[in-house]
Design a protein around this ligand. Structure first.
Ligand code: ATP
Length: 298
């Protein structure tokens, strides 16, 4: 019997592993199901124009039908303008970015680019027209060169380096022993939050899209990196339709329009000056932020 114990134990281990593999497969299929939700409709056409006028029209959305996250959101971003969204954590800001990139479809209302509902456009053409700089950039276990090239795989070496230069990460890369061939990601060099964002900015620049989505990092960068990244962002947003999801007010002052979200609704909108003068929700948030900055400086 004792002789049998080891193989049985082994079989038990195998059983658990196989069961785990099936669980993973189920998850995989679960994911695929989710993707099917946003598959191209039969008559979908590619997005052709590059004016990129974005419009959210009474958008309702819930991840879980029991809890609505967006409760009728209406706004537009005119071609070339920058709109920034601010509001408490969990108010639904990043969800707007996910819907524009069409990770999900709205449950009510619609989102259009140049008057075409996203559901009537091919997903590939919509995603080709939009570059995102997410909160937390995923790096592949590959070279830093590959990680930037991912923005536009047919770009030349010169274009990759020019994008890295514009994102102010070129000299950092050149200072490493393997330069652009340096391995990054889980198994390679771990980049800091700010460095990862610069890689994402370089990718976005390489893609050269009509629409930019910038989801600001929630984890605080030191204020020098934050200012530098903010300046780069403003430069790359120039002439492009840009949606900035802002987790700090200091980065939105120059936006053409600021939307203030609260519990899934836009409660105020205007320029920084308008909103400060109107003494509402934004003015309060601004006051709190000024106080916090004063306390930190004291
Ligand atoms: P923050 O400033 O903290 O990033 P946010 O305003 O960007 O917040 P969202 O990320 O849009 O907020 O999330 C809005 C709400 O939706 C949150 O309550 C969040 O818990 C919920 N939520 C976000 N993603 C999912 C998801 N994949 N499944 C279920 N609920 C989600």
């Amino acid at each position: 019997l004792l002789q049998l114990a080891a193989p049985l134990n082994y079989l038990g281990m195998m059983y658990r592993e196989i069961k785990q593999a099936f669980t993973n497969m189920e998850r995989l299929f679960g994911l695929l199901d989710e993707k099917l939700d946003v598959q191209d409709s039969p008559g979908a056409v590619p997005l052709a124009t590059r004016r990129a006028h974005v419009r959210f029209n009474d958008v309702h959305f819930a991840y879980d039908p029991r809890r609505e996250i967006l409760k009728g959101v209406d706004f537009e971003i005119r071609p070339g303008q920058t709109v920034a969204v601010v509001g408490h954590s969990g108010s639904g800001k990043s969800t707007l970015a996910r819907l524009l990139y069409r990770f999900y479809d709205p449950d009510g209302g619609g989102i259009s680019i140049d008057g075409h509902d996203l559901r009537d456009l091919t997903q590939g053409s919509v995603r080709a027209a939009i570059a995102t700089v997410p909160q937390d950039t995923v790096l592949f276990n590959d070279t830093i060169y590959y990680n930037i090239l991912y923005g536009r795989p047919d770009a030349t070496r010169e274009e990759v380096e020019a994008a890295a230069q514009a994102a102010h990460i070129h000299s950092y890369i050149m200072a490493m022993p393997d330069r652009y061939e340096t391995e990054v990601g889980e198994r390679g060099l771990k980049l800091s939050g700010g460095e990862k964002q610069r890689v994402a900015i370089a990718r976005a620049l390489l893609k050269n899209p009509a629409i930019m989505i910038f989801d600001e990092a929630t984890s605080a960068l030191d204020s020098r990196s934050e200012k530098a990244i903010q300046a780069e962002l403003e430069r790359i947003a120039e002439g492009r339709t840009t949606l900035v999801i802002a987790h700090r007010l200091s980065t939105v002052m120059n936006a053409d329009r600021i939307l203030v979200m609260d519990a899934g609704r836009i409660v105020e909108q205007g320029t920084h000056e308008d909103l400060v003068a109107s003494l509402g929700h934004y003015a309060q948030l601004w006051q709190l932020q000024l106080q916090a900055a004063d306390e930190a400086a004291a």
